[in-house]
Design a binder for this molecule. Structure first.
Ligand code: MG
Ligand code: ZN
Length: 194
């Protein structure tokens, strides 16, 4: 099973991106099992949204905790029906750009999600997260015409803290960028962890 650890601040659109990703993967690779482990302090809202797509999802509530750790993920993984079958696993971490950077969940890589409604200086403010990520996905890009978000500046800031970071622009709402995102997942899966 290949696992990706999605990290971001709350409200960046991780769950919306995952719902769109599951739907798109179903077209591209219908046989491939996809499952999600959802981390939030409280509620099962996000796991409910994922299950509505037809994919299995396990919600982990961290209570006062602010990140997922490997034992939490291992326990959730045991409860998923599909392990051992070479599937894809998305781990949606607790929305928090600080400490999830420091925890290895057994993932192939961390993917930092940053929405264009946030400040473009997030990579400088929270450098550890962007340094730990293989990819930065800029989400909600359909909103760019309505915002003052400085895209080149944001990418420059991300590359200052991580010269190797890759960047994709996606709107889960319109579907723009989704193909490139799926291509990235497919290609990077073959690349060993750094
Ligand atoms: Mg979410
Ligand atoms: Zn934490």
């Amino acid at each position: 099973v290949t696992a990706w650890n999605l990290v971001s601040s709350p409200g960046s659109g991780k769950t919306t991106l995952l719902c769109a990703t599951i739907a798109a993967l179903r077209e591209r690779a219908p046989q491939r099992p996809v499952a999600v482990i959802e981390g939030d302090q409280q509620t099962t809202h996000d796991a409910d949204r994922i299950r509505a797509t037809g994919a299995p999802a396990i919600q982990v509530n961290t209570g006062r905790g602010c990140h997922l750790d490997a034992p939490m993920v291992a326990a959730a993984f045991e409860r998923l029906p599909q392990h051992e079958s070479g599937g894809l696993l998305f781990i949606e971490n607790v929305g928090n750009l600080v400490c999830p950077a420091m925890w290895d969940l057994g993932e192939a890589g961390k993917i930092a999600i940053l929405s264009v409604t946030e400040g473009e200086d997030k990579p400088l403010k929270y450098p550890d997260m962007f340094a730990a990520a293989r990819l930065m996905v800029l989400t909600k890009t359909d909103l760019l015409p309505h915002l003052d978000f400085d895209l080149p500046r944001c990418i420059d800031f991300a590359r200052r803290v991580n010269p190797a970071i890759e960047v994709l622009l996606v709107s889960a709402r319109t579907g723009v960028g989704m193909d490139a995102w799926l291509d990235w997942l497919q290609l990077e899966e073959a690349v060993p962890c750094a």
